[in-house]
Write a protein that binds this ligand. Sequence first.
Ligand code: SF4
Length: 468
Amino acid sequence: MGEPRTIHFVSLGCAKNRVDTEVMLGVSAEAGFRHVDDPKEAEVIVVNTCGFIGPAKEESIETILEMGAYKDRGACEKLVVAGCLSQRYPNELGLDMPEVDHFLGSSDMLKLHAVLKGREERMLVGNPAEYTMRAEDPRILTEASHRAYVKIAEGCNRSCSFCAIPSFRGKQRSRPIDDLVREAERLAAAGVVELNLISQDTIAYGRELPERATLADLLEALGEVAGIEWIRAHYLYPETLTDSLIEVFSKHDKVLPYIDMPLQHASDRMLQRMRRGHGGDRVVRVVERLRASIPNLVFRSTFIVGHPGETDADFEELCQFVEWAELDHVGVFLYSQEEGTPSGEMPDAPDASIAEARRAELMRIQRPISRSRLELRIGTELDVLVEGVSDESDLLLQGRWWGQAPEVDGSVYLANGTAWPGEIRRVLVTDAADYDLMADFIDSSGQRDAPPDAKDPRPAKVKLRTLG
Ligand code: SF4
């Protein structure tokens, strides 16, 4: 047997794309390839692209060009482009990028095996409806060893006017509950304690399955998996939550009372233009109901500013809503004009400078709200999932309490004690900043830990692990 061949991956875009990259990493390992960090050393380079909005498309194209250069000044023999960009623009890319040897779409991860074994067809972009991930698909985790994203469904059945995703990711296909439980069991066996459930429209999970499973059923089933401690559901469309779903969020000790619900706007006019299927009153009612029915709720949302037709009055309404709602975490995105979408044809888009000013203003409004929500935690005890040594200082450990999702929310900084990444530890919150908390470990009797000892809490920066 010779040396394993070498491969390098670049994963762009969202967490869903990251899962796809992890599956392709698994496929490449099965085909006898070893991942190398330096693209110069790789015989095969795979760029998993994002085609969601303008800036992401530009970044994808720049990355393909950059990686293509390794065919001249590195070991690269084969450049593969996968993901949403090639799913969305296969013909254009095929013509404009002769340096690319193979194109895979957003659901063609398993075809990489044939490419690595010498399949010669260049264009392998398939129909997304023909593939939904399965627990048995090979996957190698690239994130911290104790958390993982789980794709519970692909595609989306909604028709928000600004969004191109349904046009190239297809209609919703949910994975069966037993398949997701099997994946959770494999992840738990590999040391994962936190599951972050993702899809385009998580609240609609299971509606098209023959057994008509619900998100509540799925959360209950995943809650039974030994070793999994935290389960977080991302991207809930603002619908009225069923009583059974509220009950799971309120009472299940592993399902975090953390609602991540992209509301997008609060003005009736804008929600109508965005074709969200509801008005501003629904947005207010949903927030009120969730606050009233889920004790200790942490609420994250995202908004779009600069959509065509957004007037000063619409924006003012959004600002008033954000002030009123006092959400824990808010993200604000600039509208991006996308071809093939109804919004892309609409006139009256605000100037880019106005949209940027609105984004800055909304973040300015949210910053003290975020801080005051965190200040409520000072003096209380919380469970924190330890991530490792802080990015800010080697003298601090860094983690997240359950009200902070990975990558999008803030962190908890810990100045005393020692811990291993992946441990969930009790802490006492000592201070708050705009988006972060400071805390000390406490032992089970409520005593603060002794100062740091020699136990090295550093995790490997990127740990590649094959699921068993
Ligand atoms: S629910 Fe999300 S993915 Fe689906 S169309 Fe609307 S914005 Fe796009």
